[in-house]
Ligand binder design. Structure first.
Ligand code: DQA
Length: 147
């Protein structure tokens, strides 16, 4: 069994990208924390970031064939635009948690709608990088319950 963490566009710039909004941890920092957390639980974890919608769709489709049991996804700007990525998650029917570093509900109006939330097991936003860790903890618990 394995877990997939997906990061959408511009999240490769974490650390320097609007740090007052997104924090100072880099994506490598976050992925390292998640890898350690999964390893401690004895679960394989794969992290994937792309700035390209089609690459994220391809990765979700691949997850249906590679034994992925749960997805943690920060779709970043695609949260608010991507029917294609939403459709991919619906197609593979792998449960997922949606994560946002910032509290999208106290930001611009265009960030307040997510194409993903109604399909997600849950949504975590505004807790910074810790949101990913909490989402991963939920996923690990869910997998352990199903084992
Ligand atoms: C984000 C919020 C999105 O609105 C934004 O486009 C991002 C990051 C977050 O993690 O807070 O790129 O998903």
């Amino acid at each position: 069994m394995s877990l997939l963490v997906l990061h959408g566009p511009n999240l490769n710039l974490l650390g320097t990208r609007e740090p007052e909004v997104y924090g100072r941890q880099t994506l490598a920092d976050i992925d390292a924390l998640l890898a350690a957390q999964a390893q401690a639980a004895g679960v394989a974890l794969c992290s994937f970031q792309s700035n390209h919608e089609g690459a994220l769709v391809d990765r979700v489709q691949a997850a249906a064939r590679d034994g992925t049991r749960f997805i943690v996804i920060n779709p970043a700007a695609y949260t608010h635009t991507s029917v294609a990525l939403r459709d991919a998650l619906a197609a593979v029917a792998i449960p997922f948690v949606e994560v946002h570093l910032s509290n999208i509900h106290r930001r611009e109006a265009f960030r307040q709608h997510s194409y993903f939330s109604e399909l997600a097991e849950g949504v975590i936003c505004g807790l910074g990088a810790q949101g990913y860790q909490l989402a991963l903890q939920f996923a690990l618990t869910r997998l352990a319950d199903q084992a």
